[in-house]
Unconditional design. Structure first.
Length: 85
């Protein structure tokens, strides 16, 4: 079963600032999130959320199994992504 993937507006804004090469790699990983449990995702300890690694970047998202929705709420470099969660 496939899920609908939604990006938070701050994620879209962040992607516009990145180099095209990095955006292409991140978009490829985002397209895999239609099945959020098949990617190599790691559950975050303190939240009901998951992370996926794309080079130096991390994609953080939540999954709503009832509504079949994946919400990507943050993308950033590893050194900054966990700040202010």
């Amino acid at each position: 079963m496939s899920y609908n993937v939604f990006l938070h507006p701050s994620v879209i804004k962040f992607l516009r600032k990145l180099p095209k090469k990095d955006v292409e790699r991140i978009k490829a990983k985002l397209s895999e999130l239609v099945n959020p449990y098949s990617v190599k995702a790691v559950k975050l300890r303190d939240r009901d959320a998951y992370r996926v690694r794309v080079g130096d970047y991390r994609i953080l998202y939540t999954v709503d199994d009832d509504g079949k929705i994946v919400v990507v709420f943050k993308i950033d470099k590893r050194s900054r992504v966990y700040d202010r969660l």
